[in-house]
Design a binder for this molecule. Structure first.
Ligand code: FE2
Length: 258
């Protein structure tokens, strides 16, 4: 069994809630699809937990933005990224400061696992955004109707299963092409040999599908389970509103899940 988490976005309350649920299920291995930081009020604390608790993380566009520079960010997102950088640059403990920047600097764009799930031998890819452009491209559910070529080229690059985050919208893309919401699948997707899938596991710290609960997924044998969890978003909102350089919109959207 392993868990996959993504898009924490410096939201410590959501991350604590998700880690607790993972522990409760006895899951020992956690992989992270990036965007540990950005938007939220607790970049240090979230980095500490991700470094300590996950096997690895891949590079998200917000991790990249803090480490290098924001690309195609709106003003509020850009400001959050500059604030995050200042927080990490002014950490007094030199060891800790080095730890954060080294972690961010060593993130790979993609991880691959050749493994067995139950009796099924498979190749699992893990990226932040899309198989074709692992850091920045948005794969939207609507693309299966409006942009068939885009979906087709994604699947050409997927050996069997690819896990993604980035849009903060959980669900499963199939190469028919089609997109299925977790609830349409009874919150579980069975991995089968003959079917390629790109699986978005949703966002821990800033869900955008109209459901404000934290989202993550875990894999047991050959099934991917989608999980949603209520967390104390009001506490996160309060913290964001107290930090001048973080736009209140980042707080408002946590309640609405958008
Ligand atoms: Fe994100």
């Amino acid at each position: 069994m392993f868990a996959i988490i993504s898009d924490i976005h410096s939201n410590l309350e959501a991350l604590h809630t998700v880690l607790k649920d993972i522990d409760r299920r006895g899951i020992k291995t956690i992989y992270c699809l990036g965007d540990v930081i950005g938007y939220g009020p607790n970049p240090r604390e979230c980095l500490d937990l991700i470094i300590e608790r996950t096997k690895w993380s891949v590079l998200g566009n917000h991790d990249y933005a803090t480490l290098y520079e924001p690309t195609n960010f709106n003003y509020a997102a850009e400001q959050a990224s500059f604030w995050t950088r200042d927080v990490l640059e002014t950490v007094e403990d030199g060891q800790a400061r080095k730890k954060y920047w080294q972690f961010l600097g060593k993130l790979n764009m993609k991880e691959t696992l050749r493994t067995k799930l139950g009796n099924l031998a498979t190749t699992l890819d893990f990226v932040h955004a899309s198989p074709r452009k692992p850091v920045n491209e948005y794969l939207f559910p609507d693309d299966v109707f409006s942009n068939l070529a885009k979906i087709k080229t994604q699947f050409e690059m997927v050996k069997h299963i690819c896990f993604i985050g980035h849009t903060h919208l959980p669900g499963v893309f199939l190469d028919e092409p089609d997109f299925y919401l977790p609830e349409e699948l009874g919150d579980a997707y069975p991995i089968v040999k003959e079917e390629k899938a790109i699986i978005n596991i949703g966002s821990v710290g800033q869900p955008r599908d109209g459901d404000n609960r934290a989202s993550y997924a875990y894999v047991n044998e050959d099934k991917v389970y989608f999980v949603r969890l209520e967390y104390d978003y009001k506490k996160t909102q309060e913290k964001i509103r107290k930090i001048d350089r973080l736009d209140n919109f980042h707080a408002d959207r946590l309640e609405q899940g958008r």
